[in-house]
Design a protein around this ligand. Sequence first.
Ligand SMILES: [Ca+2]
Length: 242
Amino acid sequence: MRHAPFHQWVVLALVWPSLICQAESVTPLFHDDYENVAVAEAPKPDVGSYALQEGTVVAAGQGVNSLGKTHPSSPLEGDKLFLLDAPAETGRRNIANLAAPATGDGTLRFEVDLMLIDSSYLQFGLGSDDGGKAISGQVLTVVISLMADGKLCVYNGKKHTPIPGLKHALGQWQHYTIEYKPGESQYVLAAGNVRTTLNAFVGDMTRVAQINRVFVNTGGSSTIGYSDNLTATFTRADDAQP
Ligand SMILES: [Ca+2]
Protein backbone atom coordinates (compact mmCIF):
# COMPACT_ATOMS: atom_id res chain seq x y z
CA MET A 1 0.00 0.00 0.00
CA ARG A 2 1.36 3.35 -1.02
CA HIS A 3 1.00 6.22 1.42
CA ALA A 4 0.43 9.80 0.37
CA PRO A 5 3.46 12.06 0.74
CA PHE A 6 3.58 13.96 4.00
CA HIS A 7 2.97 17.33 2.35
CA GLN A 8 -0.35 16.08 0.94
CA TRP A 9 -1.53 15.21 4.44
CA VAL A 10 -0.51 18.67 5.61
CA VAL A 11 -2.58 20.25 2.83
CA LEU A 12 -5.55 18.04 3.66
CA ALA A 13 -5.29 18.90 7.37
CA LEU A 14 -5.28 22.62 6.56
CA VAL A 15 -8.12 22.53 4.03
CA TRP A 16 -10.47 20.06 5.68
CA PRO A 17 -11.58 22.22 8.65
CA SER A 18 -12.40 25.12 6.34
CA LEU A 19 -14.50 22.85 4.14
CA ILE A 20 -16.43 21.74 7.23
CA CYS A 21 -16.99 25.35 8.28
CA GLN A 22 -18.29 26.27 4.84
CA ALA A 23 -20.76 23.39 5.04
CA GLU A 24 -22.57 24.81 8.08
CA SER A 25 -25.04 27.62 8.52
CA VAL A 26 -25.62 29.27 11.91
CA THR A 27 -29.01 30.88 12.61
CA PRO A 28 -29.51 33.14 15.66
CA LEU A 29 -32.66 32.10 17.55
CA PHE A 30 -32.35 34.20 20.70
CA HIS A 31 -30.12 36.96 22.02
CA ASP A 32 -30.34 39.28 25.01
CA ASP A 33 -27.36 41.00 26.63
CA TYR A 34 -29.63 43.57 28.38
CA GLU A 35 -27.75 46.47 26.81
CA ASN A 36 -30.57 47.84 24.65
CA VAL A 37 -32.85 49.10 27.45
CA ALA A 38 -32.37 51.52 30.33
CA VAL A 39 -31.66 50.45 33.90
CA ALA A 40 -34.86 49.47 35.78
CA GLU A 41 -36.65 48.62 32.52
CA ALA A 42 -37.75 45.16 31.46
CA PRO A 43 -35.27 43.42 29.15
CA LYS A 44 -36.02 43.25 25.45
CA PRO A 45 -34.21 40.61 23.37
CA ASP A 46 -32.62 41.44 20.00
CA VAL A 47 -33.72 38.05 18.66
CA GLY A 48 -36.68 36.03 19.94
CA SER A 49 -39.18 37.22 22.57
CA TYR A 50 -40.11 36.67 26.20
CA ALA A 51 -43.14 34.49 26.82
CA LEU A 52 -42.84 35.22 30.53
CA GLN A 53 -40.75 38.05 31.90
CA GLU A 54 -40.26 39.07 35.54
CA GLY A 55 -37.73 41.52 36.92
CA THR A 56 -35.66 44.32 35.44
CA VAL A 57 -32.22 45.24 34.15
CA VAL A 58 -29.68 46.66 36.62
CA ALA A 59 -26.41 48.58 36.25
CA ALA A 60 -23.25 46.50 36.57
CA GLY A 61 -21.21 47.62 39.56
CA GLN A 62 -23.82 50.15 40.72
CA GLY A 63 -26.89 49.89 42.95
CA VAL A 64 -27.63 47.08 45.36
CA ASN A 65 -29.67 43.91 45.53
CA SER A 66 -32.08 43.03 48.36
CA LEU A 67 -29.15 41.88 50.52
CA GLY A 68 -27.68 45.38 50.23
CA LYS A 69 -24.74 44.05 48.18
CA THR A 70 -23.54 46.04 45.18
CA HIS A 71 -24.39 44.50 41.82
CA PRO A 72 -21.36 42.75 40.30
CA SER A 73 -19.43 43.92 37.27
CA SER A 74 -20.21 42.51 33.83
CA PRO A 75 -18.89 39.09 32.81
CA LEU A 76 -17.90 40.55 29.43
CA GLU A 77 -18.28 43.97 27.85
CA GLY A 78 -21.41 46.02 28.50
CA ASP A 79 -22.67 47.67 31.65
CA LYS A 80 -26.05 46.05 32.28
CA LEU A 81 -27.12 42.76 33.86
CA PHE A 82 -30.35 41.05 34.74
CA LEU A 83 -31.09 40.69 38.46
CA LEU A 84 -32.87 37.53 39.58
CA ASP A 85 -33.87 38.63 43.04
CA ALA A 86 -36.70 36.78 44.73
CA PRO A 87 -36.48 37.72 48.40
CA ALA A 88 -40.17 37.12 48.99
CA GLU A 89 -42.10 33.99 48.21
CA THR A 90 -42.19 34.68 44.53
CA GLY A 91 -39.99 33.51 41.73
CA ARG A 92 -38.28 35.50 39.04
CA ARG A 93 -38.67 33.86 35.67
CA ASN A 94 -37.55 34.84 32.22
CA ILE A 95 -38.80 32.25 29.78
CA ALA A 96 -38.14 33.09 26.14
CA ASN A 97 -39.53 31.85 22.86
CA LEU A 98 -36.94 31.14 20.20
CA ALA A 99 -37.40 33.03 16.94
CA ALA A 100 -38.13 29.63 15.34
CA PRO A 101 -38.24 26.08 16.72
CA ALA A 102 -34.95 24.17 16.64
CA THR A 103 -35.55 20.79 14.99
CA GLY A 104 -33.58 17.67 14.21
CA ASP A 105 -31.70 18.88 11.15
CA GLY A 106 -29.16 20.73 13.27
CA THR A 107 -27.84 21.47 16.75
CA LEU A 108 -29.20 24.02 19.20
CA ARG A 109 -26.60 25.81 21.29
CA PHE A 110 -27.78 27.85 24.30
CA GLU A 111 -25.21 29.94 26.17
CA VAL A 112 -25.61 32.11 29.26
CA ASP A 113 -23.47 33.75 31.94
CA LEU A 114 -24.83 33.17 35.45
CA MET A 115 -23.89 34.06 39.01
CA LEU A 116 -25.64 32.83 42.15
CA ILE A 117 -25.17 35.18 45.09
CA ASP A 118 -27.17 33.65 47.86
CA SER A 119 -29.60 31.00 48.97
CA SER A 120 -31.84 28.52 47.19
CA TYR A 121 -30.96 27.92 43.53
CA LEU A 122 -30.79 29.45 40.08
CA GLN A 123 -31.92 27.54 37.02
CA PHE A 124 -31.50 27.65 33.26
CA GLY A 125 -32.31 25.36 30.40
CA LEU A 126 -34.50 24.44 27.45
CA GLY A 127 -38.20 23.96 26.81
CA SER A 128 -40.03 21.90 24.22
CA ASP A 129 -43.68 21.83 23.20
CA ASP A 130 -43.23 18.05 23.00
CA GLY A 131 -43.29 17.73 26.78
CA GLY A 132 -41.76 18.32 30.18
CA LYS A 133 -43.27 20.31 33.02
CA ALA A 134 -45.36 23.44 32.72
CA ILE A 135 -44.00 26.30 34.81
CA SER A 136 -46.26 29.35 34.75
CA GLY A 137 -47.83 27.96 31.59
CA GLN A 138 -44.50 27.38 29.80
CA VAL A 139 -43.23 23.83 29.28
CA LEU A 140 -39.65 23.30 30.48
CA THR A 141 -37.80 20.18 29.39
CA VAL A 142 -34.13 20.48 30.43
CA VAL A 143 -33.51 22.19 33.78
CA ILE A 144 -30.01 22.76 35.21
CA SER A 145 -29.68 24.24 38.72
CA LEU A 146 -26.86 26.13 40.42
CA MET A 147 -27.14 25.11 44.08
CA ALA A 148 -26.13 27.13 47.14
CA ASP A 149 -23.49 24.51 48.06
CA GLY A 150 -21.64 25.01 44.75
CA LYS A 151 -22.99 21.88 43.10
CA LEU A 152 -24.61 21.82 39.69
CA CYS A 153 -27.67 19.61 39.51
CA VAL A 154 -30.11 18.40 36.92
CA TYR A 155 -33.76 18.75 37.89
CA ASN A 156 -36.35 16.23 36.65
CA GLY A 157 -39.39 18.11 37.92
CA LYS A 158 -39.33 16.38 41.30
CA LYS A 159 -35.79 16.21 42.57
CA HIS A 160 -32.28 17.50 42.01
CA THR A 161 -29.45 15.13 41.10
CA PRO A 162 -25.83 16.38 41.35
CA ILE A 163 -23.82 16.36 38.12
CA PRO A 164 -20.39 14.81 38.75
CA GLY A 165 -17.43 17.02 37.94
CA LEU A 166 -19.33 20.28 37.42
CA LYS A 167 -19.44 23.08 39.96
CA HIS A 168 -19.71 26.84 40.42
CA ALA A 169 -18.67 29.37 43.05
CA LEU A 170 -21.07 31.70 44.83
CA GLY A 171 -20.57 35.30 43.77
CA GLN A 172 -18.59 34.43 40.62
CA TRP A 173 -19.64 34.51 37.00
CA GLN A 174 -19.48 31.31 35.03
CA HIS A 175 -20.33 30.64 31.39
CA TYR A 176 -22.72 27.77 30.65
CA THR A 177 -23.55 26.05 27.39
CA ILE A 178 -26.13 23.41 26.47
CA GLU A 179 -25.81 21.76 23.06
CA TYR A 180 -28.62 19.53 21.85
CA LYS A 181 -29.56 17.98 18.55
CA PRO A 182 -33.34 17.53 18.74
CA GLY A 183 -34.36 13.89 18.48
CA GLU A 184 -31.32 12.62 20.37
CA SER A 185 -31.43 11.22 23.90
CA GLN A 186 -28.32 13.11 25.09
CA TYR A 187 -27.14 16.69 25.34
CA VAL A 188 -23.82 18.25 26.27
CA LEU A 189 -23.60 20.66 29.21
CA ALA A 190 -20.54 22.83 29.76
CA ALA A 191 -19.84 24.79 32.95
CA GLY A 192 -16.79 26.95 32.35
CA ASN A 193 -14.40 24.71 30.45
CA VAL A 194 -15.72 21.43 31.91
CA ARG A 195 -18.08 19.50 29.64
CA THR A 196 -20.26 16.50 30.35
CA THR A 197 -22.91 14.51 28.51
CA LEU A 198 -26.32 14.10 30.16
CA ASN A 199 -29.52 12.24 29.31
CA ALA A 200 -31.74 13.75 32.01
CA PHE A 201 -34.95 15.44 30.91
CA VAL A 202 -37.89 16.72 32.94
CA GLY A 203 -40.67 14.25 33.71
CA ASP A 204 -40.95 11.19 31.52
CA MET A 205 -39.26 12.66 28.49
CA THR A 206 -36.28 10.75 27.07
CA ARG A 207 -35.89 12.98 23.99
CA VAL A 208 -37.80 15.71 22.16
CA ALA A 209 -38.08 16.50 18.47
CA GLN A 210 -37.95 20.27 18.88
CA ILE A 211 -36.78 23.01 21.21
CA ASN A 212 -39.04 26.04 21.44
CA ARG A 213 -37.70 28.08 24.34
CA VAL A 214 -34.81 28.86 26.67
CA PHE A 215 -34.96 30.33 30.16
CA VAL A 216 -33.34 31.58 33.34
CA ASN A 217 -35.28 31.21 36.55
CA THR A 218 -35.05 31.45 40.31
CA GLY A 219 -35.85 27.92 41.42
CA GLY A 220 -37.14 28.92 44.84
CA SER A 221 -37.81 31.87 47.07
CA SER A 222 -34.96 33.88 48.58
CA THR A 223 -32.72 33.32 45.57
CA ILE A 224 -30.49 36.16 44.44
CA GLY A 225 -28.49 35.88 41.26
CA TYR A 226 -27.65 37.49 37.94
CA SER A 227 -27.67 36.55 34.28
CA ASP A 228 -26.18 38.06 31.15
CA ASN A 229 -25.43 37.29 27.50
CA LEU A 230 -28.17 34.79 26.67
CA THR A 231 -27.55 33.45 23.18
CA ALA A 232 -29.25 30.62 21.30
CA THR A 233 -28.10 29.57 17.85
CA PHE A 234 -28.98 26.74 15.52
CA THR A 235 -26.21 25.17 13.46
CA ARG A 236 -27.38 23.24 10.44
CA ALA A 237 -25.35 21.18 8.02
CA ASP A 238 -25.73 22.97 4.71
CA ASP A 239 -26.56 20.53 1.93
CA ALA A 240 -26.04 23.13 -0.77
CA GLN A 241 -22.47 22.24 -1.59
CA PRO A 242 -20.83 24.39 -4.27
CA1 LIG B 1 -24.87 42.85 29.59
